[in-house]
Design a protein around this ligand. Structure first.
Ligand SMILES: C[S@@+](CC[C@H](N)C(=O)[O-])C[C@H]1O[C@@H](n2cnc3c(N)ncnc32)[C@H](O)[C@@H]1O
Length: 213
C-alpha cells in the first residue's frame, strides 16, 4: 500500500474507531427511498462501494439483498460486522482501495453508495466501472455533495475537485455504455441532512438513479 493510501485509510480508521457510528446506523435517506421502490430481490446481488461502517449494506441485507462492500477502512469492516450482528444479517466486506479494483462486468443488480468522494481523476477512471458491473436492468443509485456545498457546514470534502458537478458525473456514467443507460433521476437539490453530527443541516447534493437497459 502506498503511503498516501495508507494515510487515507488511517484517517477513515480513526473516524470509525469510536463506539458511535460516524454517520449513524440508519441508511442514507436517498438510497433507502429509491432502493425501497425496487421489487424485492430473490438472491439478488448488491454492491455498496465505500460503505464505511456499513449502514447502507446492512440495511440492504435486512431487505434480502446479498450485500457486498468494498472500502479502505479495516475499522469500518469491524463496525459493519457489529451492525450486521445487531440485525442478524451478514455482509461480505472487502477492505480494498478503488484504485486497485477491477469489478467484472454484469455482476450486480444494484450498486448504491453515499458520499464517495474521490479525486476527480480517479472518479473519471473508475466510476464508469460501476455501470459496466451492472447486469442488464440493474440500478445505480448514489448521492454526493454538489460543488455548491463548498461554503456550507453540513459535511463533505472542502475541495472543489472532490465535490461533484451534476453534468460531469452524469456524463461519466452515461459514457460508460453509450445508449445503454436510462436516467431515472438526475438532479441537484437542497436537502436537510440529519445523519449524524457530521452531516446535519442544509446541504446541496447530487442525486442520481440510473438503470442499465
Ligand atoms: C464519507 S465516508 C461515507 C461512508 C458511507 N458511504 C456512508 O455514507 O456512511 C467515505 C468512505 O469512503 C471510503 N473511501 C474513500 N476513498 C476510498 C477508496 N479509494 N477506495 C475505497 N474506499 C474509499 C472511506 O474509507 C469512507 O468509508
Amino acid at each position: 500500500m502506498s503511503d498516501k493510501v495508507k494515510s487515507s485509510a488511517e484517517m477513515w480508521d480513526n473516524r470509525f474507531a469510536g463506539e458511535k457510528f460516524a454517520y449513524g446506523k440508519e441508511p442514507n435517506v436517498w438510497l433507502a427511498e429509491r432502493i425501497s421502490e425496487i421489487s424485492p430481490p430473490a438472491k439478488n446481488k448488491a454492491l455498496i462501494p465505500a460503505d464505511g461502517e456499513g449502514r447502507n449494506a446492512v440495511w440492504c441485507a435486512r431487505l434480502g439483498w446479498n450485500a457486498e462492500v468494498f472500502d479502505l477502512s479495516a475499522q469500518g469492516k469491524i463496525k459493519c460486522e457489529m451492525l450486521a450482528v445487531e440485525h442478524g444479517v451478514s455482509v461480505d466486506y472487502n477492505v480494498a482501495d478503488l484504485r486497485n479494483l477491477q469489478i467484472p462486468r454484469k455482476q450486480f443488480d444494484l450498486i448504491a453508495f453515499s458520499w464517495f468522494h474521490t479525486p476527480s481523476e480517479l472518479r473519471k477512471e473508475k466510476f464508469p466501472m460501476f455501470i459496466t458491473a451492472l447486469k442488464k436492468g440493474g440500478h445505480l443509485i448514489t448521492e454526493g455533495y454538489h460543488k455548491t456545498q463548498m461554503p456550507l457546514d453540513s459535511g463533505g470534502p472542502k475541495s472543489m475537485d472532490l465535490l461533484w458537478d451534476l453534468d460531469e458525473v452524469l456524463e461519466e456514467f452515461l459514457d460508460a455504455l453509450p445508449g445503454e443507460v436510462k436516467i431515472e433521476h438526475a438532479a441537484v437539490t437542497s436537502t436537510i441532512l440529519d445523519e449524524s453530527d457530521l452531516h446535519t443541516g442544509l446541504a446541496r447534493v447530487v442525486r442520481l438513479h440510473l438503470r442499465r437497459i
